[in-house]
Ligand binder design. Structure first.
Ligand code: GLP
Length: 254
């Protein structure tokens, strides 16, 4: 595959203002956003590599990386491993967010995902889980609890409840270096849509141990119900993300 790469247009030079109180990464991010909005960088086109951004705007690698990473998180750009970073289609850009797995989310943020498995077992759905999965209480499910690491350090504690019929293939699979969604994908189950909520919480004792933060540290509770291609819910997940490590950015438009 050949990639079209965007060039920085020298004629419309916009510089980083070193004396501005606005952080440099933020200024660079807005410059790239502007290039996309003015179609100097088009959908599907690769953005200039980090090295070129550093040279052109006189910023450090870390600054360039942060600017690009935030635009990836906002859905304006997306990464393809080994190929580079590209401008997303308008439709994707203006959506409320891309449905990603933890593994993909971390990859987009430039980090590597791994997991420590706390538990994986067959169980029966209690009333809440049953309601979320739209099944009767007592239905067979699989409960998986994982500490999700990013670059080897705890990022979130995640408890997934999966319909047994859909997920039985994962029983016995070592998920510590694997993506649940990729494993389910092998069985033909694709996460096609999800409803997700966010809530500020303080970590309890068990969470504090798993996440390596003091009790009552701020955290973000993310709850997700995931639907397959037939719009049937197959997963209900509660994830507690460390407040000092995780941030959610969304792009809103009027
Ligand atoms: C996110 C979602 C979970 C989902 C998980 C899968 O964290 N909130 O609902 O189970 O991704 O991640 P992975 O495929 O990396 O195991």
């Amino acid at each position: 595959m050949r990639c079209r790469r965007g060039r920085i247009q020298e004629r419309n030079k916009v510089e980083i203002n070193l004396r501005s109180p606005v952080p440099k990464y933020y200024q660079l991010k807005e410059i790239i956003r502007d290039m996309i909005e003015k179609d100097e960088l088009e959908a599907g086109q690769g953005i200039p590599p980090e090295r070129e951004l550093c040279e052109r705007y006189g910023v450090s690698r870390m600054t360039a990386r942060q600017a690009v990473m935030e635009l990836v998180n906002e859905g304006l750009l997306y990464r393809v491993q080994g190929l580079g970073t590209f401008v997303a289609e308008e439709k994707v850009r203006q959506g409320t967010g891309r449905l990603t797995s933890f593994t993909q989310d971390m990859r987009d943020r430039g980090m590597e995902a791994s997991s420590k498995i706390v538990g994986m077992k067959e169980d029966e759905a209690g009333p809440v889980v049953a309601r979320m999965l739209r099944v009767d209480p007592g239905e067979r499910i699989i409960r998986v609890r994982r500490v999700r690491n990013a670059d080897g350090k705890p990022m979130a504690l995640e408890t997934s409840h999966l319909l047994y019929g859909v997920a039985k293939g994962i029983l016995g699979v070592d998920l510590s270096g694997r993506s649940l969604y990729e494993e389910l994908g092998k069985a033909g189950v694709r996460a096609a849509a999800a409803e997700q909520s966010y809530e500020a919480v303080l970590v309890n004792e068990a969470e504090s141990e798993h996440l390596g933060v003091p009790i009552a540290s701020p955290a973000l509770l993310i709850e997700r119900v995931t639907f397959d291609e037939a719009e049937k819910p197959f997963e209900y997940v509660k994830s507690v993300y460390r407040g000092d490590r995780y941030r959610v950015t969304t792009r809103l438009s009027s």
